[in-house]
Design a binder for this molecule. Structure first.
Ligand SMILES: C[S@@+](CC[C@H](N)C(=O)[O-])C[C@H]1O[C@@H](n2cnc3c(N)ncnc32)[C@H](O)[C@@H]1O
Length: 224
């Protein structure tokens, strides 16, 4: 078992799984993750010439979707794993990506109209620090889109079975997959998560559940 969510360890895990991260996501979700990411961005309905920061951007899926469907939105992807960023850049040659830590963002207050984060927050040890940073860099009236596993229901357990099977084909470090499953199981379900968001000042805007609640989207607004 890994030292849970130690940032250095988390970075090492993503360094190691980066070459087959996209492939694994496609298999485990049967391609659904891209559709869900698209639908989630549609809920945000980003306006032209607005600034969007995609945190824990990984291999740059959101940048790819946004540049295709909302080309006038200015997007910056941030992640602390160089190898994930390298793939993001390959997938989005014109995209802007930078290395950084979500718990200490290299931006001024009120700089962004939207902040997105998919499948990232559950990897962050100090969630409160990351949420406070998101609140700080958002402009008043700005929106925070959060997407991740939602309800811990029967269907979500399928992920726990699929991940080790897919991992076997790659013959990679078993601990890494245990980490991915544990991080999902330990992560608060949407209602509790929304309470955490409100505790740092956010106002609830909307929630959408996908795949019978296995994946959940919450959109929160910065009010002052
Ligand atoms: C599961 S991946 C999600 C990637 C992408 N958002 C997606 O939906 O496919 C989680 C990402 O969060 C990044 N990450 C974890 N903790 C971070 C932190 N404190 N600051 C910046 N990035 C972090 C990892 O490097 C990894 O790329």
């Amino acid at each position: 078992m890994l030292d849970n969510k130690n940032p250095q360890k988390v970075r090492e895990i993503f360094e190691e799984i980066s070459p087959y991260y996209d492939f694994m996501n496609n298999i485990i979700s049967v391609g659904c993750h891209l559709l869900i990411k698209f639908l989630s961005i549609k809920e945000l309905n980003p306006q032209p010439n607005t600034m969007l920061l995609d945190l824990c951007c990984g291999t740059g899926d959101y940048t790819k979707i946004i540049s295709k469907f909302y080309p006038k939105v200015k997007t910056i992807g941030l992640d602390f794993c160089d190898k994930m960023l390298k793939i993001a850049k390959l997938k989005n040659p014109k995209g802007t990506f930078m290395r950084g830590d979500c718990t200490s963002l290299p931006f001024r207050d009120n700089e962004f109209n939207y902040v997105t984060m998919s499948f990232g927050l559950r990897n962050i040890q100090d969630r409160k620090a990351a949420l406070e940073e998101i609140y700080r860099v958002l402009d008043v009236g700005g929106l925070f889109l959060h997407l991740d596993f939602g309800k811990h229901n029967f269907l979500s357990k399928i992920f726990n079975i699929l991940v080790p099977i897919v991992a076997m084909f790659f013959g990679k470090n078993k601990n890494h997959y245990e980490y991915l499953i544990n991080s999902k199981e330990e992560f608060p379900q949407p209602t509790a998560l929304i309470r955490e968001f409100k505790a740092v000042g956010f106002k609830y805007k909307k929630r959408r559940d996908y795949l019978f609640g296995v994946i959940s989207l919450q959109i929160m607004e910065k009010v002052n």
